[in-house]
Design a protein around this ligand. Structure first.
Ligand code: UDP
Length: 237
């Protein structure tokens, strides 16, 4: 058994909301994710969420097509806000109280990011969804997740993916690839394993924030992780 967690940061990639289409937002998938998050809150877990935007727009992709990288990244950050609003709506339809806080001010839609206010929301049992990344280009929402997890004093960063952990190689490419139950930050960096980008991993390593990589597509996986069951891969010191 691992630790049981009281306050967590859940990182959802944009693709997690897209379902099999791989693009846009799939309402059924969103509904399923909201149901799992609701179960956590009913169990008393405080949940902060960082949502990506890759299902709508990615800065690097825009830049390869000739766009100015910073402009493309701002579009990416706005894409994350679309996902935040969709997730907020899905949660609130299930009577889960939420707040969206955006790193880029858009007061008609979301609260501005204020650390102390976000902590207070969590203490009151509200799910806080962080949008617009860190608010600066050249960053990712994985790095945002690491940063917000530390700012919110979360005990763990839960990195939701489509595979059930970290493998020696991509298990979809090489069936012989084996899964790590535990792995150190340094090993992830040295082996170049695709867990999160190196900025995000380094930030977690320097501040000893554990990461659990798990498959969100497995029903009930999120609840199991919270309860200390050894699923997925634990990345730690
Ligand atoms: N982005 C950014 N700064 C941030 C977070 C995100 O510029 O702090 C932009 C960047 O262009 C990125 C896009 O937003 O490609 C979407 O985020 P990300 O690719 O991390 O989303 P995910 O892969 O998790 O869906």
């Amino acid at each position: 058994m691992r630790e049981k967690y009281k306050r967590v940061l859940l990182k959802l990639s944009g693709e997690a909301l897209a379902g099999s289409a791989g693009f846009g937002i799939d309402n059924d998938v969103l509904d399923g994710i909201a149901e799992e998050i609701k179960a956590l809150t009913l169990g008393g877990t405080e949940v902060a969420i960082v949502v990506g935007g890759g299902n709508i727009f990615r800065g690097v992709k825009g830049a390869t097509k000739g766009m100015d990288r910073a402009s493309a990244d701002y579009m990416g950050m706005l894409a994350t806000v679309l996902n935040c609003i969709a997730l907020q709506d899905a949660l609130e339809r299930k009577q889960v109280f939420t707040r969206v806080q955006s790193a880029i001010e858009m007061r008609a839609l979301a609260e501005p990011y204020i650390r102390r206010k976000a902590v207070r929301h969590l203490e009151k049992g509200r799910v806080v969804i962080f949008g617009a990344g860190v608010g600066s280009p050249y960053f990712t929402t994985d790095t945002t997740a690491a940063l917000r997890a530390m700012e919110m004093n979360c005990q763990v960063l839960l990195k939701a993916t489509k595979v059930d952990g970290v493998y020696t190689e991509d298990p979809k490419v090489n069936a012989m690839a084996s899964k790590f139950q535990n792995i150190s930050y340094m090993e992830v960096l040295q082996k170049g394993l695709k867990v999160m980008d190196s900025t995000a991993i380094s930030l977690c390593m320097d501040n000893r924030l554990p990461i659990i990589v798990f498959n969100l597509g497995e029903p009930g996986a999120l609840a199991k992780v919270i309860n200390g069951q050894e699923i997925g891969t634990l990345v730690h010191a």
